[in-house]
Design a binder for this molecule. Sequence first.
Ligand code: FEO
Ligand code: CA
Ligand code: CA
Ligand code: CA
Length: 675
Amino acid sequence: MKDFEQDYPDFRAAPHYEHGDEAPSNRSANPTMYDVIAARASRRGFLVGGLAAIATGVFGAGLTPRGALASTTGLLGFAPVPLSKEDTVVVPAGYKVQILAPWGAPLTGDMPAFVPGGNTGAEQGMQVGMHHDGMHFYGIDGSSTDGLLVFNHEYIEPRFLHAAAWKGQALDGDMVVFAADGSRDADEVLKEMNAHGVSVARIRRGADGQWAIVADPMNRRITALTDMAFSGPVAGSAHLITRFSPDGTRSRGTLNNCAYGATPWNTYMTAEENWAGYFVNADAEMPRAHKRYGVSAEESRYGWEKAAGGADETMRFNAAATGNSAAADYRNEPNTFGYMVEIDPFDPASVPVKRTHLGRFAHEGVVFAPAVAGKPVVCYSGDDSRFEYIYKFVSAAPYDPATADGTLLDTGTLYVARFNEDGSGDWLALAPGENGLTPENGFADLADILVNTRAAADQAGATKMDRPEWGTVDPNTGEVYFTLTNNNRRDMTQVDAVNPRAENNFGQIVRWKYDAADHTRTAFRWELFVIAGTARTSLTFKDEVLNDDNIFACPDGIWCDPNSRLWIQTDMGDIGPDQSGPLEPFGMNQMLAADPATGEIRRFLTGPWGQEITGVIATPDGTTMFVNVQHPGAHGSPEDFAAGKFGSGFPDYNGTVPRSATLVISREDGGVIGA
Ligand code: FEO
Ligand code: CA
Ligand code: CA
Ligand code: CA
């Protein structure tokens, strides 16, 4: 077993490190349930009986692989595709793929054409951003051939963004280039800010069956510079006072937009995930609202605060207390990130709103339970970092389809999950006076609790998870699924029933349900849907092991479609064809489909070199599916970049820089995807 910090003094050297990951920052002394796990005879025998076996790598050795295709209800109608080490996209026989909306595609304003690695900062602000992630399709009047595709741009690969200017230099995917005086080129910083955020694109299927972006007044780029408003308990509080907004009600931009949520009232919510790394705070005493989220005392990820000229919108990434009050500097700027941000995609003039009652952490995304008229609105959100938590929000006011809007998310209760060893679970309220959240314990009021959501969850005694990523709710059963992508830092003393594997390289998927499918309840029942891995290290809830048709690792994106087909996407980090180590058996990142009732899983798609597969949604009729390919070529070495070799040819395959893009997947016979 590896001791994470001992073996990887630089966390960036750890397996499946992803560019843009934050350093682990949960130093709380919360119990890990190792004490109680021994007492758990078993709800399902494998959870306890398998602990030592999983940790020592022989899990499954005593089982007869029954094959995950043994039981079927016919929900999955395609032939599985094999593992791949090719620099291409592979889908099942009878399916076809089109590329749509790659990074740099013209979208708004002057519609500037893409110049590989050579556009200006202003031009990037009118083009599709970089590193596509979560997305949703809003059919116009329910259309399945005409709608708004809204998609996130999680982060950037600076060497590809500026490939023309940085040609010939030995750079990896994290590095930026500074001038001799230590400053950054101002237009390069502008381009980086404009490559972040969200794209809203009107897309339409032509008579030839091909989809295209069409020029439209609703097309929009939201970036790291877009004006935003706050709502909910933190809005207007002292935590948000900055030189830009002395009354703490406004801010600029959204960052590291990972997964998303579609609200019951048809707006889009974008998640702010690994935002802490964009800041630096060298003050002797870093506040917990920075430290507990991993803000660096040494350097910011891209050095935006060093942009030449010292413009206000760039220097705000220095979060040190340099002025004589909060209204004179940007000591609170990190407090303005870490939220779920609501966007009305149909109103290009609307101001995005950061909904603070959903908590402040590394939000992967948000997923809503089916809204029921007369009942509160319920949504779930994971905090993707090692040993962080899963949260749920329950609105105070009931849902009324005629009047519902985002203000429902401003008043209610935020909870954090505790997964008990017997398969039960409890939602712990993060509210004043509840679960030890008192002034005596350092939580002054609700705004203080929400700005310091992680610290509040520590105090409440939540279960530390193996990096919660996406969630989804089965619309037909109400069961909630969350991916727990991996956690190679968990050791044998820290395993528990829901995170049962030490040095967890492969991840697992948990699901839970409520009595009467009532998502407002504080008690639930959970089980592990699948422990991912090879045939020797995997297990489904049916006590079956995975096989050549479905082995996978590091589940991340997940979406249950209207027919209850469960789509699972993987993010093993920057995986290339020469990958070695524990992730080598899994080929390139992939997407699979599962049957929630039988546990059957089939591999549907494999992607090109260096990328992850993330983001999945279909048209209302289910015949077109949109899937994103993010960070192709990211595994490429600095030496290769210097030599003009970019790690992957996707999607242009013409020797220019690789680009994130959306895959449009359809069937030759026009049928429903996956059926
Ligand atoms: Fe942005 Fe946790 O993936
Ligand atoms: Ca990733
Ligand atoms: Ca993700
Ligand atoms: Ca991930």
